[in-house]
Each structure stands twice: as structure tokens, then as C-alpha cells.
Design a protein around this ligand. Structure first.
Ligand code: GLY
Ligand code: MN
Ligand code: MN
Length: 460
């Protein structure tokens, strides 16, 4: 948790960006896994954490923009709570800890919202992503469950994005910590890899490293020899000689700042020649994008730098033929890199994604493309100092996709489908790093994590 001044200052800034009305913040609740009392790992809502810092289930908060008043909404703990979960500070103590002067019982929130709406006041809320919040909003307003997402306040969304997009020095310290724990997860995973082990043995150990950093996972572990499946959460394969392992996993700190790193390494101690050739293309793409990072560069153009590097590399190998610029323009590299080159990162691994990617990553004049790969680009607009983002080019051989395009005769003037057949069991390579955009360039977050072929082989 940061100091009281941090939370007070963030809310002061927010109040100045909203013209009128009430701001409603819904903290998260515990969620039952298989019955109500057997809950999933609790994760507080990031915007609630950003403005109010309280990392416990069952809170909400209200700000009256006109009067400047603020309330933490919650219930005092009972003796039963103390018996089962231990003593807790009072609600008032918790509110004071983050500089909020007033508290309100949960039972009074409905009347406060309904009263404000019936007096013609605006009640701003953010798009809910948990069903219980949608139901609460439905109960407190006249809007149907299906109307609620459209009723989220554009002004509130934009104001939050305008603050959370620019990381402060104390946030950068946390992000560096997160990436360093994440780096340790990767070193442990690479060193623990041996032919004959199951993926889940390595994944379980990696989860332990995240926990031992004081926080937990920032997102579910991706660790598989089937790296061609972009978000592969299945860990039941045996690590077999001759295959690559793709590991995309990261920790979040106790304060909930995320790291998001991908490394790809061989099951054996060394890469095969075929693996080296593909790996080097992805590494070149990663480095070319990193070298382009600075304010005012469109991240869309960075995506195209990655695609261009991949198209050039595959052309040099004879898998593609033709003009590289034309291939990039038409979207040919989408066959091999069907995802975006990166995204904002912060308290959420895909930072603020619940507020709407169109607001976070796009702006008027930059609209999302429908081309495979570009349609998944989460950040396309110009970079600015203070942004934290991922650089994560990848190159995959997805047999089902290649076969579909071949059947359709798609881009057959550029793609030598026959030469792609020997890569059907290859898997994929992704190399992902995390950067802060500075006033004149970019700064790596965390200590460097081995990524050249020699560095990766040197770990074994
Ligand atoms: N960890 C998921 C991603 O890289 O976006
Ligand atoms: Mn990742
Ligand atoms: Mn990522």
C-alpha cells in the first residue's frame, strides 16, 4: 500500500477531471469456487486499489464531485468474523488510512444511489466485469442487466485512463519489483526443464516462485511445448527432447503491479539449427521494436516493424517470396504472428482492459483493423512518457491455420505452403519484455533476463 497522500492526491486529481455527479467505485467480492465459503484467490479491483488502496473484499466507495465528500462503503466486522478470520481494523480506521473522512454501511448505498438519480444527478460508474456488480447496478438503477454496460460513464472511464496510463515513480518501483520476481520465475523454469518431466511440474514450481515474491500470479501460467497455441493453459504434456518450451508467465507484487515476460527455450540443453533460425528472427523483431520505442511513435507502427522483421526473416529462409512491404501491407505475416505486438501493463497485466481497449489503445483517427493479428493489437496509438508496455513479437506454426489458408489459396503468391510442412510440429517462439516509455526513449523494467541463444543455452 502507498502512503495516504498518494491516494488523496489521486482522488483530488480525479475530482478535477469530472464535471459533476457521484462517482461510484465497486470493490470486488469473494467468489465461491465450488461453494460459497470455498473461495477463489481474492483479487481486488485495480481501479478501487488505485484510488482507495484497500485490499479486502466487500468495499465500495463514493465521491461526490461537487461537494468533494468521499465515503468508504462497507460493514464493520462481527465477532463471528473475528473468530473465523481474525481481528481487523475498524472500517473508520481503514478509511482514515487512505484519507477518506466518512464511512457508510453497505445497506445505505442503494438509497444513496437511488436518491441521487431521482434528484437528477449523474451517477458515474465503470464498466462492470463481474456479474454480481452488474446485478447490483441493475438493482440500484432502472436499467436492465443488458443496458448496464452501455450506461458506464465515458467521462469517468476517460478520466481514470488519463491517470492510470502515466506511471509515477512509486509505481515504477513496484513494476520493477514485479518484473524481477517474474525474471526469477523464468530462470527457475529454464533451469528446471528436463526431458521426461511434465509441464505441470515446471508450472507448479514457477507458481511457487511468484508466491514467494509476496504476491501471486499476474495471470494464469502459459507454459507448453505447444507454444503455437497462444494462450495455452494446459500443462499435461511431457517435455520431450527436440521440442521448444514457451513460457509466458508473470508475478504481481503484494501491491498488485504486474510483470509479463515470455521466454522460449529448448527442452534439450541447446537449440537445434531449425529452432535457432526461427528464434533469431523473433529476437530480431523484439530488438527492432525496442529500438523504435519513444514518445510520439504509434505502437501500430511498432507492430508493423515486428511483422516486417518476421517477413524478411522468413523470406531469407525461402518460406516466403515477394516484396516484404507488400506482404506487411496485406497482412501476410498475420499467418505467423496472429496477435498484437504488445499492450499497456500496470496493476492489470493488460492494463485497464476492463475499461475498454478502444479508449486505452486507440483514439479518433486510429481505428482497429480487422486483419488477422492487427485485430488483436491492444495498443495502437502514439506512445507517451510514463506508459508501461510489453514488447512481445512471436512466430508460430499453427497447422490448422496454415492448412486453412492453403485450402483457400490465400496469399499463395507469397507463401510457400510446401516448405511450411516440416514446421508443423515446431510449436512457436515468443519473446516478451516490459518497458517504460521515457521522455526520450524507453527503459527496460527489471534486470535483463537472458534472451539471446547463447544466454539461454548458458543457463543449462
Ligand atoms: N500474458 C498474456 C500476454 O502476453 O498478453
Ligand atoms: Mn505475456
Ligand atoms: Mn503480454
Amino acid at each position: 500500500m502507498f502512503s495516504r497522500d498518494t491516494y488523496v492526491g489521486r482522488r483530488q486529481h480525479l475530482k478535477k477531471s469530472i464535471s459533476k455527479g457521484l462517482l461510484l467505485f465497486l470493490g470486488n467480492e469473494e467468489t465461491g469456487m465450488n461453494y460459497a465459503d470455498n473461495t477463489y484467490h481474492f483479487r481486488q479491483d485495480s481501479t478501487f486499489l488505485y484510488y482507495f488502496g484497500l485490499d479486502k473484499a466487500g468495499f465500495a466507495a463514493v465521491i461526490d464531485v461537487e461537494s468533494g465528500e468521499e465515503w468508504i462503503v462497507g460493514d464493520e466486522i462481527t465477532m463471528d468474523d473475528i473468530i473465523w478470520a481474525g481481528p481487523q481494523p475498524t472500517l473508520r480506521d481503514q478509511a482514515e488510512r487512505v484519507g477518506v473522512a466518512q464511512i457508510l454501511p453497505k445497506s445505505a448505498l442503494e438509497a444513496k444511489i437511488k436518491g441521487s438519480l431521482s434528484n437528477g444527478r449523474d451517477v458515474h460508474f465503470l464498466p462492470p466485469y463481474r456479474p454480481e456488480h452488474t446485478f447490483k447496478l441493475h438493482k440500484w438503477t432502472d436499467w436492465s442487466v443488458t443496458e448496464i454496460p452501455q450506461k458506464a460513464s465515458r467521462e469517468f472511464i476517460q478520466a481514470v485512463i488519463n491517470q492510470r496510463s502515466y506511471k509515477t515513480d512509486e509505481e515504477i518501483i513496484e513494476l520493477n519489483k514485479a518484473v524481477n520476481i517474474t525474471g526469477q520465475m523464468h530462470l527457475n523454469a529454464i533451469r528446471a526443464t528436463h526431458a521426461g518431466k511434465y509441464e505441470y511440474e515446471v508450472a507448479g514450481m514457477v507458481h511457487g516462485t511468484a508466491r514467494s515474491g509476496g504476491g501471486d500470479l499476474a495471470y494464469p501460467i502459459i507454459l507448453s511445448v505447444d507454444g503455437q497455441t497462444l494462450h495455452n493453459h494446459y500443462h499435461g504434456n511431457v517435455l520431450t527432447s527436440g521440442r521448444l518450451v514457451m513460457g509466458d508467465f508473470g508475478a504481481e507484487t503484494a501491491t498488485h503491479y504486474a510483470g509479463d515476460i515470455t521466454r522460449t527455450w529448448p527442452v534439450d540443453k541447446t537449440f537445434t539449427q531449425q529452432q535457432k533460425e526461427i528464434y533469431q528472427i523473433v529476437l530480431d523483431a523484439n530488438i527492432n521494436v525496442i529500438n523504435a520505442l519513444r514518445p510520439d511513435v504509434k505502437y501500430l507502427d511498432c507492430h508493423l516493424i515486428a511483422w516486417r522483421t518476421i517477413a524478411e526473416g522468413l523470406k531469407n529462409m525461402g518460406l516466403l517470396n515477394g516484396d516484404v512491404d507488400e506482404m506487411v501491407e496485406l497482412g501476410v505475416p498475420g499467418l505467423f504472428m496472429p496477435h498484437g505486438v504488445g499492450h499497456m501493463m500496470g496493476m492489470d497485466v493488460h492494463d485497464m482492459e476492463n475499461l475498454g481497449e478502444e479508449y486505452i489503445g486507440y483514439r479518433e483517427g486510429i481505428t482497429r483493423s480487422s486483419i488477422l493479428g492487427l485485430k488483436s493489437l491492444r495498443l495502437a496509438k502514439e506512445l507517451e512518457a510514463g506508459f508501461v508496455l510489453t514488447v512481445e513479437p512471436g512466430l508460430y506454426f499453427i497447422p490448422e491455420l496454415i492448412q486453412l489458408w492453403e485450402t483457400q489459396g490465400k496469399f499463395e503468391q507469397f507463401i510457400d505452403y510446401t516448405k511450411l510442412k516440416p514446421y508443423f510440429g515446431f510449436g512457436g517462439v515468443r519473446i516478451e519484455d516490459n518497458y517504460l516509455i521515457t521522455t526520450n526513449g524507453a527503459q527496460l523494467l527489471g534486470d535483463p533476463i537472458p534472451k539471446t541463444i547463447a544466454e539461454i543455452e548458458g543457463l543449462r
